[in-house]
Design a protein around this ligand. Structure first.
Ligand code: ADP
Ligand code: MG
Length: 324
């Protein structure tokens, strides 16, 4: 099977919203009047961002999910994406699974594959997404103000628990591992929440490299600091709430580290005025996404992680490298 047959079979579909899709030298997109185009790229490299043994359908899903997560963080509605793919050989079973996972998630979000590039090389997947957002309404990193609440969507830390189980640095009960692995391999981009937070969130980011690290990007851009409730963050580990957790024997330190600095969560961390709590809850409800309030923006720079008693914990989580 040659390059063009492969593109035709696995990556070409009739266009819907785009003016022109796969098959010409460029795709053509027409954002609606008054809208700005939100553009973001993310690359996934075998061995660095995913394990070579991962199910191809899950990999297809994740490759697009991490990109949609960036649109979500900006409050942009997905429109289209391109796929630049290099792979060592044509493996039709792999391609079928990959395109099924990829295009399945694309359809869920009405995001069309409009073009790309396909070459021989190490397995490497680079997606660029295009979304639209009313001019001036995009959620940015720079709007957090002293006194704002800090919120995080969904769950935290599960993906890192799964990664560490794969690495063999900890062992999880089977039900916990199964769940955590799904969070690692098939993250859910919080697109509906991002849209619902337009005009409510003062700043937002998606959590890909760990909560504290990503929150720090908001703090630097907004020139503020934060106080974070370590136990509230730790309670966001979904696998912890499973009955199997009783016998998991995971140390408090490990759980805190996974929640605060685990990575690969693809949740939204955002700030909003304390007077906007009802509006945030309504946005969460309308988008069927749980949100948890885990801290406060303060004028003093840096991050202070506190326990349930308000005691400041040693700053072990910034530049976290617990697992090496
Ligand atoms: P060119 O070299 O003229 O840019 P290519 O031969 O690379 O075009 O690709 C032919 C067409 O197929 C183009 O429209 C391109 O956008 C599309 N395409 C190539 N690879 C992919 C892919 N992996 N997914 C979707 N479309 C692709
Ligand atoms: Mg090309």
């Amino acid at each position: 099977m040659g390059e063009f047959d492969l593109i035709a079979k696995y990556f070409t579909r009739p266009v819907k919203r785009a003016a022109l899709g796969v098959g010409d030298d460029c795709a053509l997109l027409a954002p609606a009047p008054g809208m700005q185009l939100a553009v973001s790229s993310d690359m996934l490299i075998e061995g660095r961002h995913f394990l070579s043994t991962v199910d191809p359908a899950r990999l297809g899903h994740k490759a697009l999910a991490v990109n949609l997560s960036d649109l979500a963080a900006c409050g942009a509605k997905p429109l289209a994406f391109t796929l630049a793919l290099s792979m060592p050989s044509v493996d039709e079973a792999w391609l079928a699974g990959f395109s099924r996972g990829l295009l399945g998630l694309a359809d869920e979000h009405g995001c069309e594959l409009v073009g790309g590039d396909t070459t021989r090389g190490p397995l490497n997947i680079c997606i660029t997404v295009f979304g639209e957002v009313p001019a001036g309404a995009a959620l940015l990193r720079s709007g957090a103000r002293t006194g704002d609440d800090i919120w995080v969507s969904g769950t935290l830390g599960d993906a890192r628990l799964a990664l560490e189980a794969f690495r063999g640095t900890l062992s999880l009960p089977a039900t916990m591992f199964k769940f955590a692995r799904l969070r690692m391999e098939q993250p859910t981009p919080r697109v509906a929440l991002g849209l619902a937070l337009r005009g409510i969130a003062t700043a937002a980011i998606d959590v890909s490299d760990g909560l504290i690290g990503d929150l720090t990007h908001i703090l630097l851009a907004s020139r503020v600091g934060a106080r974070l409730d370590a136990d509230a963050a730790m309670d966001m580990i979904a696998a912890r709430r499973m009955p199997a957790n009783a016998e998991s024997g995971l140390a408090l330190e490990t759980l805190r580290a996974c929640a605060l600095a685990g990575g690969d969560d693809y949740e939204l961390a955002f700030t909003a005025r304390a007077t906007a709590r009802d509006a945030v809850e309504q946005a969460a409800h309308a988008s069927h996404t749980a949100v948890t309030r885990i801290g406060t923006i303060e004028s003093a720079l840096g991050v202070r992680v506190v326990d349930a008693h308000g005691t400041v914990l040693p700053q072990r989580f910034t530049g976290f490298d617990h697992f090496g």
